[in-house]
Design a protein. Structure first.
Length: 127
């Protein structure tokens, strides 16, 4: 899936696939943070909150892919159902790469970054 996505951007291997405005989506946000989550109930809230508390002026969205969690990750994610800055995608377990690819299929940000569900952004970063 990722190879096909990259081929659609630039099929010429001698040319850069970097684009100022990617042709793969119409960007709705400046930054999209993709978080694959599998059985992450111990960490997911801290992870998401660290993104939402970033001191940036750019528009952002956190896309969490619940990758078939069997713990109470889904219940924790429901707390964010009314927050427009958080998008929850639920799927059957496809593994780490499958979760990332699922989010990449629906890119909404001009810039994309990944954050593991047991990690967090630290304060003091640069915009």
């Amino acid at each position: 899936m990722a190879r096909e996505l990259l081929q659609n951007i630039s099929s010429d291997p001698h040319q850069s696939c970097v684009r100022n405005k990617p042709q793969i989506s119409t960007e709705q946000y400046d930054l999209q943070v993709i978080v694959p989550a599998y059985n992450a109930c111990k960490y997911i809230e801290t992870c998401i909150d660290s993104v939402l508390k970033l001191p940036i002026s750019s528009s952002l969205i956190v896309t969490v892919v619940n990758d078939g969690s069997t713990d109470n990750t889904e219940d924790i994610l429901k707390k964010y159902s009314n927050d427009d800055r958080v998008e929850i995608i639920t799927q059957k377990n496809q593994g780490f790469s499958g979760a990332r690819n699922r989010a990449l299929a629906e890119i909404k940000g001009r810039y994309i970054t990944f954050l593991d569900s047991d990690d967090e952004f630290l304060r003091g970063g640069k915009e």
